[in-house]
Design a protein around this ligand. Structure first.
Ligand code: SAH
Ligand code: SF4
Ligand code: F3S
Length: 445
């Protein structure tokens, strides 16, 4: 039963984002656009007049998860908010979802969400509201400017989409072809973020290091941001090994604000598997690339993504992945069981791996990763570094911030507040965080 409220224009909204940092960024841009339309944010989905579920399609049961999230928005009296499904599930399966449930009013893809206000009007009039276009003119030209934001760290999408077509991955289908935002638009947005209080900017892209504009590459952009007063830290993610240019590697050596952290997924340590994945790099070319990065910035923290149980992965292939992980010594790594995605070439490959084999491999890989993370964190004990305070800790008086190497650092720092850059001595370490002590120096925000 649909409450009449869903057929009037909503006054309040709630955006819930899943998946990668780009979805977090898109969720923020949608919220800002709804703010600009005069809607006000609601703390909770059920209480809001409208809810945007900003979804992720990367691994299994993505659509099922959307159905159960939608179900949870039904209120005790049988009414519900207006519901928009956005993000990558919307792009891949939105039309199907809209056919299957009456509870979805709007479907909007990742390249069309600037049209959300119009879609809301249409839904309020009871008209069809589905938009999964990938328009040639980018949404970024239409979205409102960035408002003042209270947080010291900000995301900034500079590149979107992917042309790599790894055989397991949905992103090229859900996000479309690689596009780079223009230089000026990025610089303007960065200025607005810094004026609004951001001290750290993370440049985002599905292949962020493929960003280019008129012969300029990501390292040129990073060097321009480095000259921006009041901006203190620059990060970027996610990179592809094949787009790691000499200029970008060099920037890690001499751009002071560029933090010593690189997320460079490799997925597998076995060449036959890398080939079947269409990764277009080898184990050896990846390892040699990391050598060059470490030569430029010896203390760099490396992180990666791994898939276990890709079709035809043998014990020997998996051992190669374990040995690569040991060889690199990651500061951080994400590992996933292979999930067959509809429409991708790998889903139709022979020799799919049994779930229990995947479970066992994942456990072994994660044990290795946790041990390496702990070792990396322990090696920072005794170091003095700057920490950008991001939020209060769980205990009274405690604050949590990030080290240059992206580790969470817990610290008691009387008088310090969110957004301050403080100097700490690292005194202890666990696999997921560090404890620091204030050295007495503090730069106020
Ligand atoms: N563009 C980035 C990340 C894309 S998705 C890159 O290429 O590195 C983030 C991670 O999800 C991938 O790096 C991969 O490890 C994982 N992933 C993607 N598709 C997957 C699938 N079908 N099954 C399991 N993990 C997957
Ligand atoms: Fe997916 Fe591969 Fe593109 Fe990354 S590079 S988004 S894993 S297709
Ligand atoms: Fe997920 Fe789409 Fe990001 S599938 S990981 S939300 S690009």
């Amino acid at each position: 039963m649909i409450h009449s409220k869903t057929k009037t224009k909503p006054q309040t909204y709630h955006v819930k984002s899943f998946g990668c940092q780009m979805n977090v960024y898109d969720g923020e841009r949608m919220a800002e656009m709804l703010d600009a339309q005069g809607l006000t944010p609601a703390a909770d989905g059920v209480d809001a007049d409208m809810v945007v579920l900003n979804t992720c399609h990367i691994r299994e049961k993505a659509a099922e998860k959307v159905y159960s999230d939608i179900g949870r928005l039904r209120r005790d009296d049988g009414s519900r908010p207006m519901i928009a499904v956005a993000g990558c599930v919307a792009q891949a399966e939105g039309a199907e979802i809209k056919r299957r449930t009456k509870m979805v009013d709007i479907v909007v893809g990742p390249q069309a969400y600037h049209r959300l206000p119009d879609l809301i009007d249409r839904a309020a009039r009871g008209e069809e509201a589905l938009d999964t276009d990938m328009p040639a003119a980018s949404k970024f030209g239409v979205l409102p400017g960035r408002p003042k934001q209270p947080r010291p760290t900000a995301f900034l999408t500079v590149q979107e989409g992917c042309d790599k077509f790894c055989t397991y991955c949905v992103v090229p289908y859900t996000r479309g072809a690689e596009i780079s935002r223009p230089w000026d638009a990025i610089i303007d947005e960065a200025k607005a973020l810094v004026d609004g209080g951001a001290r750290e900017i993370t440049l985002l892209g599905q292949n962020v290091n493929a960003w280019e504009d008129d012969g300029k590459g990501l390292h040129d952009l990073i060097r321009a941001l480095d000259r921006m007063e009041r901006l203190e830290r620059i990060r970027y993610t996610t990179s592809h090994p094949n787009d790691m240019s000499d200029g970008l590697i060099a920037a890690h050596g001499d751009v002071e604000k560029l933090m010593p952290y690189l997320h460079l997924p490799v997925q597998s340590g076995s060449d036959p598997i890398l080939k079947a994945m269409n990764r277009s790099h080898t184990r050896d070319s990846y390892l040699r690339l990391l050598e060059r990065v470490r030569a430029a910035r010896p203390d760099i923290a490396l992180s990666g993504d791994f898939i276990v149980g890709f079709p035809s992965e043998s014990d020997t292939d998996f051992e190669q992945t374990l040995s690569l992980v040991r060889e690199v010594g990651y500061a951080y790594a994400f590992s996933f069981k292979y999930s067959p995605r509809p429409g991708t070439p790998a889903a139709d490959m022979k020799n799919q791996i049994a779930p229990e084999v995947m479970d066992e491999r994942l456990q072994r890989l994660q044990a290795q990763i946790v041990a390496d993370q702990l070792a990396f964190n322990q090696a920072t004990v005794g170091k003095r570094c700057k920490v950008l305070i991001e939020k209060p800790g769980r205990k009274p008086g405690q604050l949590v911030g990030k080290s240059p190497w992206l580790q969470s650092v817990h610290v008691y720092a009387d008088g310090a507040k969110i957004g301050d850059m403080i100097e700490v001595d690292i005194v202890s370490a666990g696999p997921n965080s560090l404890a620091g002590e204030l050295t007495g120096k503090k730069e106020a925000a």
